[in-house]
Write a protein that binds this ligand. Structure first.
Ligand code: UDP
Length: 312
């Protein structure tokens, strides 16, 4: 069976990916600096086929054994984290991606870059196909994440074209599910934590901005299909079901049965107004479709939370 190395493997998406690869019978090496990931996310993966290395990808990566896949997921993905650590975000996207690509080249492994819908910025094309070049403010507070990922895509394509490395790029749209940190700062964990604590749900701005939320199992299935394909150009993976943030808050209230009110707070700078993936390429190339709608995904996420009253 193949061996995969997963950078950011102790994070939200990374830990689900490690689990899925182990379930396939793969050997998995998980690399994480534990800045936003945690050992609690991977402690259930006690398996002879699983190894954890505590390492920051902005430093060179050396692994003795052969590798078949390098999945590069390490990043500060939540706005509150990349705004807290802007230089670290840029280094992870630049040096970190360089090191992960160098490792893939050395091992002759297929490399998968976890890119993002943030490469489209505040989009002027809606929904967003992979051919859209985006509308990103390079010097705004989100630029440290968006531009790091855009640079990482450019580096990945250069390693593919000039160095012959077998690479793939997944553009991940908003994803949620079990093991997101309650204090992650993003809309779904915030709203779930607030609803369960019977505190007001904080909708930023008037809540008319939209996002499209993909349940984690669907996302990981798409990522593994992309790894198994020979595709080099970016592929959007996300759920095209588009909701305003106000609708999302109402869906969380319905799912939790919480009596919380909705309050409005200031809209963050450069907050994208709309976001919805065009998944034509994922359908055609991977035969991939999301299967889990928002209400079902929220129900599953809720069932995983220790403070869920339904479990008490
Ligand atoms: N958001 C909100 N309240 C929160 C957290 C986020 O209204 O407590 C909004 C945020 O302004 C954005 C949307 O929800 O418009 C999604 O934000 P998130 O941080 O989850 O992801 P991203 O902005 O990276 O898509």
């Amino acid at each position: 069976m193949p061996t995969s190395l997963v950078t950011g493997g102790a994070g939200f998406l990374g830990s689900h990916l490690c689990e899925a690869l182990l379930a396939q019978g793969q050997r998995v090496i998980c690399l994480d600096n534990l800045e936003t990931g945690s050992l609690a996310n991977i402690e259930h993966l006690r398996d002879d086929a699983f190894a954890f290395i505590h390492h920051d990808v902005s430093e060179p990566i050396a692994v003795a054994e052969p590798l078949d896949f390098v999945y590069h997921l390490a990043a500060l993905a939540s706005p509150i984290d990349y705004m807290r650590l802007p230089l670290h975000s840029l280094k992870t996207g630049s040096y970190g991606t360089h090191h992960a690509l160098g490792l893939a080249k050395w091992k002759r492994a297929r490399f998968l870059l976890a890119s993002t819908s943030e490469v489209y910025g505040d989009p002027e094309v809606h929904p967003q196909p992979e051919t859209y070049w985006g509308n990103v403010n390079p010097i705004g507070p989100r630029g440290v994440y968006d531009e790091a990922k855009r640079y990482a895509e450019a580096l990945t394509m250069a390693y593919n074209r000039q160095q012959g490395v077998d690479t793939g790029i997944i553009r991940i749209f908003n994803t949620y599910g079990p093991r997101m940190r309650p204090n992650d700062g993003r809309a779904i964990p915030n709203f779930l934590s607030q609803a369960l604590a019977e505190k007001p749900l904080t909708v930023y701005g008037d809540g008319s901005q939209t996002r499209s939320f993909c349940y984690v199992d669907d996302l990981i299935r798409g990522l593994v299909l992309l790894a198994e394909s020979g595709e080099h150009l970016p592929v959007n993976i996300g759920n095209p079901g588009e909701y305003t943030i106000l609708q999302l808050a109402e869906a969380v209230l319905a799912a939790t049965g919480s009596p919380s009110q909705i309050v409005h707070e200031a809209l963050p700078i450069d907050d994208p107004q709309v976001r919805q993936p065009d998944i034509t390429r994922a359908r055609q190339i991977l035969g991939w479709e999301p299967e889990i709608p928002l209400d079902e995904g929220l129900r599953r996420t809720l069932a995983s939370l220790p403070r869920n009253p339904a479990r008490a």
